[in-house]
Design a protein around this ligand. Structure first.
Ligand SMILES: Nc1nc2c(ncn2[C@@H]2O[C@H](COP(=O)(O)OP(=O)(O)OP(=O)(O)O)[C@@H](O)[C@H]2O)c(=O)[nH]1
Ligand SMILES: [Mg+2]
Length: 466
């Protein structure tokens, strides 16, 4: 964090995305936010007045250096500390023209403002104690969310749900520490006021809560990234057709010719409110050569990183050695759905043996012609990738980032180490260091003690103007 000597400057950026629109908003934050803004408004400049606080005021804006009219703007002044950044902050709404926004920003830069870096407004909000680091990350998640589930988790994170849970756990760790101190205060008594068993129980309670949070991490991270679903199977199995049907648009080329798809195609979509990345791949066949062989290698790369695999096979084909080999290679570590495609081409009663083979995971029967089975397949996908989160209370805290998962895992390992040490006869006053370190790891996570590196890492991926 900045030392005393650092003078805080005034920053400026467009808060709305680039491009044309009804309105665009430029934000100015810092000690000179108000004087810089007033310098753009001739009536205020000449009369020495300005906007009233927290009230939108319409005023004509002029660039004082070029003496050129900019636009009539809607100006709202939020005096610090009751503002997003905690500093004096002005929002200037103008017509949504990219050129106008640039001229307005330039005029403010001409007056002495600096163009803001990525996430600098939120970083200032954090440094001024307006929100903790977890909530700041929630702000980024909220902006990026492209599925309802990711949005819900982000809203609760911004509102402080995860921070609250982490702070509860931190105070439980402090309680464990207090118990230990109480325990060691009476070294000569056979019956100390706090028996070891009570300390162990308290430590186990913390451990269970950390475990519960950690259990949410794999799906929480998928909520941000989207679960990758890879379509695989022999040429002409109907993979591209299914890809298009799930996306609801004709994105991939479909032909009756085997080997149509050569490259991997990837698209984001939301299924039942959950985010997915759907990948269409080249048909797998062992005899392939040249460009087709290359397509298969690309497919294999995607299969290696898949969260769910859809192994497609026409309902009229029989299960072969290729499918067996595929299962052996890819089906062990990744959830796999056997998809019977083109079911409209066979009679309803005609169910091949491979469908009823037990123990090989779910089966879906689909037709892109009739739409049959697509809803069921969507349900299976949602279940395989997001069962845990889907079953939870939407307000339950979820870890959505590696930074969060790693800190919580470290705290969990330390508390396990503490329990092991106590059980192994290490004196409690020595073992307590692990508890303190665990508390420190969670403290760093919420941002009560933090280095510039961590801040850079968190705010780098924000957009400018946020
Ligand atoms: N009747 C019927 N035909 C289908 C269905 N799905 C796919 N087809 C047909 O099957 C053929 C192959 O479909 P594709 O989607 O290109 O198959 P693919 O697995 O992507 O094939 P490659 O890219 O060559 O590996 C096309 O002629 C499709 O029209 C279906 O549900 N019903
Ligand atoms: Mg294809």
């Amino acid at each position: 964090m900045g030392g005393d000597a650092v003078r805080v400057d005034t920053i400026v950026a467009a808060a709305t995305p680039p491009g044309r629109g009804a309105v665009a908003v430029v934000r100015v934050s810092g000690p000179d936010a108000l004087p810089f803004t007033c310098a753009l408004v001739p009536v205020w400049r000449s009369q020495g007045t300005g906007p009233s606080a927290r009230r939108a005021t319409l005023a004509l804006l002029r660039d004082p250096h070029h003496d050129a009219a900019l636009d009539r703007g809607l100006i709202t002044f939020f005096p610090g500390p009751a503002s997003y950044t905690g500093e004096d902050l002005v929002e200037i709404g103008v017509h949504g023209s990219p050129l106008l926004v640039e001229l307005l920003v330039e005029a403010l830069v001409g007056l002495g403002a600096r163009r803001a870096a990525h996430g600098e407004f939120t970083r200032r909000a954090y440094l001024n104690g307006k929100l903790d680091l977890i909530r700041a990350e929630g702000v980024a998640d909220l902006i990026e969310a492209d599925s309802e589930a990711a949005h819900q988790v982000a809203v609760h994170q911004v509102e402080g749900g995860l921070s609250h849970r982490l702070n509860e756990i931190r105070s439980q760790l402090l309680e464990v520490e207090a118990l230990v101190m109480h325990h060691v205060d009476f070294p000569d008594e056979d019956d100390p006021p706090v028996p070891l068993s009570r300390i162990l129980e308290a430590a186990q309670r913390v451990e269970r809560r950390l475990e519960a949070l950690l259990a949410s991490a794999p799906e929480g991270e998928l909520l941000r990234e989207g679960a990758s679903v890879v379509l695989a199977g022999r040429p002409n199995a109907g993979k591209s057709s299914l890809y298009n049907a799930l996306l609801g648009e004709e994105r991939a080329i479909v032909t009756a010719e085997a080997g149509t798809t050569r490259d991997a195609l990837e698209a984001r979509l939301s299924i039942g409110g959950f985010p997915f990345r759907l990948v269409d791949t080249a048909g797998l066949r062992t005899q392939a050569r040249g460009i087709e062989r290359y397509g298969i290698e690309v497919a294999e790369r995607y299969l290696g990183g898949a969260d769910v695999i859809l192994l497609c096979l026409s309902a009229s084909w029989s299960w072969g050695e290729e499918e067996e080999e595929f299962l052996r290679r890819w089906g062990r570590n990744t959830p796999l759905v056997r998809v019977r495609t083109q079911v409209d081409t066979v009679g309803a009663q005609q169910v091949p043996d491979w469908v009823v083979e037990p123990g090989t995971g779910p089966v879906a029967s689909v037709s892109v012609r009739t739409g049959e089975g697509l809803g069921q397949l969507r349900g299976i996908l949602k279940d395989l990738a997001f069962r845990g989160i889907a079953a939870k209370d939407p307000a339950a805290p979820v870890l959505t980032r590696r930074r969060q998962r790693e800190a919580v895992a470290r705290a969990r390992d330390l508390i396990l180490g503490f329990q092991g040490a106590l059980a192994g006869g290490i004196p409690a006053e020595a073992a307590i260091l692990d508890v303190r370190e665990a508390e420190g790891a969670l403290g760093e996570l919420v941002g009560s003690v933090v280095t510039d590196d961590v801040l850079d890492q968190v705010f780098r991926r924000f957009c400018i103007g946020k």
